[in-house]
Design a protein around this ligand. Structure first.
Ligand SMILES: O=C(O)C(=O)C[C@]1(C(=O)O)C=C[C@@H](O)C=C1
Length: 326
């Protein structure tokens, strides 16, 4: 029997990312096993530290945040996943959507008029900006490594700069804090998307890419050739002509020079689908570089809508026809 898989997450305990990993465990195990797996999962203080842990084999898989419905892509994750040493080593193997609700938490007994600073994660603060402007207009924002790290800091009493944390209800509970206000997010219905990341090859040397399900997504990073007018259009044409929808497109600076950008994208479909394979070959020809980050099942299980002329059967028939001519 192979040893049980080990997991890590962007922590400490009480982050939304931990809730995402809990959701994943419950979707794939019975309730008792899921709770046991979550209790054993290892927290890492930053996203790069969590990815390093999986890369170095300390754990088999880690959960990290990638995109929020209000604030957009989590740049620290996008950049860490796209670093030189992630290429070929890491794979996204699944995703989870978690509804986000924030509370304002304090050390028990702290009064609202004593709050001059509020700690939280840089992706959480913009989601409560309106509430803060209305309710604590004089408070200064103090960035912390995560929402739960802000709560942990308060509990340890090691902070002088902030007296309240914007965090998940769970973090307030874990760190024994008092909740002064609930549901303080400006957008009701805010959701964050998290991804589970593994090494590209498992312990047995086999590929970590999950089998296609019919409701899959593929994440790529595309680099265009410099000084090529219409470069982005040329890349996107490779997808459009094969009937492949794009569900996310973000440009990120490559860091090489001012104005040098790459594109982080999600497309419908799995690398094993004929049309996605053909599009990847097309991209490989026209792009300066293509980084494949993974193909995995969509969290919402929405089936991918495939045009008849873009189906696997249509590609196979076209290939057979070409073979007959040759
Ligand atoms: O700090 C946390 O609790 C996280 O899990 C990170 C994170 C993020 O990076 O977007 C997750 C969800 C919220 O949108 C705010 C912060």
């Amino acid at each position: 029997m192979s040893a049980r898989e080990t997991f890590g997450y962007f922590g400490p305990e009480g982050t939304f990312t931990q809730a995402a990993l809990g959701q994943w465990h419950h979707q794939h195990n019975d309730a008792e096993a899921a709770e046991a797996l979550l209790a054993e999962s290892v927290p890492y203080a930053t996203v790069p530290a969590a990815l390093d842990a999986v890369r170095e084999g300390e754990v088999d898989a880690v959960m990290v945040p990638i995109e929020n419905s209000v604030e957009g892509g989590v740049s620290s994750t996008l950049d860490a996943l796209n670093s030189e040493h992630s290429e070929g080593t890491l794979r996204l193997v699944g995703e989870v959507l978690v509804p986000i609700t924030f509370v304002l938490a304090v050390r028990p007994g702290t009064r609202e008029d004593a709050i001059t600073g509020v700690g939280s994660h840089s992706h959480a603060w913009p989601q409560v900006r309106g509430w803060m402007a209305k309710n604590l207009p004089g408070a200064t924002y103090v960035p912390t490594l995560s929402t739960a790290a802000a709560a942990q800091g308060l509990a340890r009493g090691e902070v002088g700069q902030y007296q309240a944390a914007v965090c998940a209800p769970m973090a307030a509970q874990v760190f024994g804090l008092e909740t002064l206000a609930t549901d303080i997010g400006d957008n009701v219905g805010a959701v964050t998307r998290f991804v589970l990341v593994k090494r590209a090859r498992g312990r047995d040397g086999g590929s970590s890419t999950p089998e296609p399900t019919g409701h899959d997504k593929t994440t790529l990073v595309l680099y265009q050739h410099d000084d090529r007018p219409g470069g982005l259009l040329e890349l996107l044409e490779q997808l459009a002509t094969r009937g492949i929808s794009m569900t996310r497109l973000e440009s990120r600076p490559t860091g090489a020079a001012m104005g040098s950008y790459c594109f982080s994208i999600d497309v419908d479909g799995h690398v094993a689908d004929e049309r996605v394979g053909e599009a990847l070959m097309g991209l490989q020809r026209v792009a300066a570089q293509v980084r494949f980050l993974g193909s995995y099942a969509r969290a919402d299980r929405r089936p991918v809508d495939v045009r008849p002329d873009a189906s696997d059967e249509a590609y196979v028939a076209a290939q057979e026809w070409l073979d007959s001519l040759r």
